[in-house]
Design a protein around this ligand. Structure first.
Ligand code: UD1
Ligand code: CA
Length: 457
């Protein structure tokens, strides 16, 4: 495959997006458009070294992103955007040493690897092959003009009324024999309504020299470009459905795929269950048989097997091991971990905390910067006071501890294995193993006291 290279055109401004960000960095779900395009090319078997992205408008941002995400992909610059023909010509140095060149618009994220395969397999047959589709509303796409043995393209703005009625349009994806393209690329002019150098003109020039041009029609859905926020939403909808369907084919149960968002880098195991209105982002991983309850938003969350999220959990950069249970209404974040069969219940926030095997934080707690051993029970309303105004301090709770309701742990503080705290305690000093820490004033009763008497003037 080393004789073939892929040039992705992404130098245009994307004016119609009306956004400060370059078009190809606009997100579909949680990754930029360009990532999908590059990933599809990689999946079609082309290696990063044989891919180049042509940048221009907003190019620094695009370059920074790509060099981080796809370090071996080449970045080429088109400093002035004079049209797609000019774009491809300005990368001549790079593609000149290959045998075949595939050119893709940077804004066609739905093009499937299989279709790219098909385009690449035409390389031997034609000097230029172009992908087309039948558009219900052909709008301003370039129109495909077919004769019995050739294909050419006329841009909408240059087309006659008759030509504008044609529904087969140019998708902006081409495969060229490099030798053939090299012969004609210098002859493309900007002698047209938009005064741009049109890459599609290459086909007409090839036909005039007796070269072969061909077209492969593909489904319209794959060829949807992104030029406006409305089109971005529509492409996102398709991508969302594709991702959900992919996981359902692998045995994941999604009750209402229309309401669920799954990012491109999420993985799910068979028999995972995704309830309605769930969002899964980043590198989240959902293990076998785990249930993600309604309204939950998970980002870089790793769930083992048989984990149960009741409903409305927000989990970020944290891990829930086999059999852990959480919810409803929990917020788990910043590198927290629930060991096997641990439990974080209703209205609980865990931050950078480790909850040992079988331990429970059932109700209304904030556990921050804390280490809990195994089989600990935290009474309702208990809190770690981890912040002294300057530093975050740690709380350490040993194994088999019983923490009375509404205990405040003023960190740094530590309680030993098997210890307990009395309800309502403010724990400021270490509690030794197997001891009861009582940190509260005693109740006293004042006799013969009535609220009415007390409040008389
Ligand atoms: C282009 C095609 C049109 C086709 C449509 C499909 C031309 C002249 N027309 O029109 O036939 O139906 O795509 O979507 O090619 N770009 C550069 N440098 C430039 C100009 C553009 O890199 O100087 C890039 C853009 O970033 C974009 C792609 O090329 O990714 C297409 O450019 P765009 O202006 O969107 O072309 P269309 O008008 O959509
Ligand atoms: Ca376009």
């Amino acid at each position: 495959m080393d004789s073939l290279c892929v040039l992705i055109m992404a130098a245009g401004k994307g004016t119609r997006m009306k956004s400060a960000y370059p078009k190809v960095l606009q997100p579909i779900l949680d990754r930029p458009i360009i990532d999908y395009v590059i990933n599809n090319v990689l999946k079609a078997g082309v290696s990063q070294q044989n891919i180049a992205v042509l940048v221009g408008s907003g190019g620094e941002q695009v370059e920074a992103h790509i060099s981080q995400t796809f370090p071996a992909v080449n970045i080429l610059w088109q400093h002035e955007q004079l049209g797609t023909g000019h774009a491809v010509k300005s990368a001549r140095q790079w593609w000149g040493r290959y045998k075949h060149l595939v050119v893709l618009n940077g804004d066609v994220p739905l093009l499937r690897p299989h279709s790219l395969d098909e385009l690449m397999s035409c390389c031997e047959e034609f000097d230029c092959t172009v992908i087309t589709f039948m558009a219900d509303y052909p709008n301003e796409y370039g129109r495909i003009i077919r004769t019995h043995d050739s294909v050419s393209i006329v841009e909408y703005k240059d087309a006659t009324e008759e030509q504008r009625k044609i529904k087969e349009v140019n998708a902006g994806c081409y495969a060229f024999r490099v030798k053939a393209l090299d012969e004609v690329i210098g002859d493309i002019t900007n002698n047209n309504v938009q005064h741009e150098y049109y890459l599609p003109d290459a086909l007409g020039l090839m036909n005039a020299r007796g070269m072969n041009t061909g077209a492969i029609p593909l489904p319209e859905e794959e060829m949807q470009g992104v030029n406006t926020q409305i089109e971005l939403a529509s492409v996102t909808r398709v991508m969302r459905r594709r991702i959900a369907e992919r996981w359902m084919r692998e045995g994941v149960r999604i009750l209402d795929p229309e309401s669920v968002y799954i990012g491109a880098d999420v993985t799910l195991a068979p028999d995972a269950v995704i309830m309605p209105d769930v969002q899964l982002w980043g590198k989240s991983r959902i293990g076998e048989g785990s249930i993600v309850g309604t309204g939950s938003v998970l980002t870089n969350a790793v769930l083992g097997k048989g984990v149960k999220i009741t409903a409305y959990a927000v989990i970020e950069n944290s891990e829930l091991k086999d059999g852990a249970k959480v919810g409803a209404f929990v917020y788990i974040r910043d590198g927290s971990c629930l060991e096997n069969n641990a439990y974080a219940g209703k209205f609980v926030e865990l931050k950078n905390s480790h909850i040992g095997e079988g331990s429970k934080v059932p109700h209304l707690s904030y556990i921050g910067d804390a280490e809990l051993g195994h089989d600990v029970n935290i009474g309702a309303g208990s809190i770690t006071c981890n912040y002294d105004g300057t530093h975050k301090n740690r709380t350490k709770i040993g194994n088999n501890c019983f923490v009375g309701s509404n205990t405040m742990f003023v960190a740094p503080v530590e309680i030993g294995d098997g210890s307990a705290t009395a309800a309502g305690s403010v724990i400021t000093q270490a509690v030794p193993e197997n001891a009861l820490g009582v940190g509260r004033s005693r109740q006293k009763n004042i006799a013969d006291w009535s609220i009415h008497k007390h409040h008389k003037p």
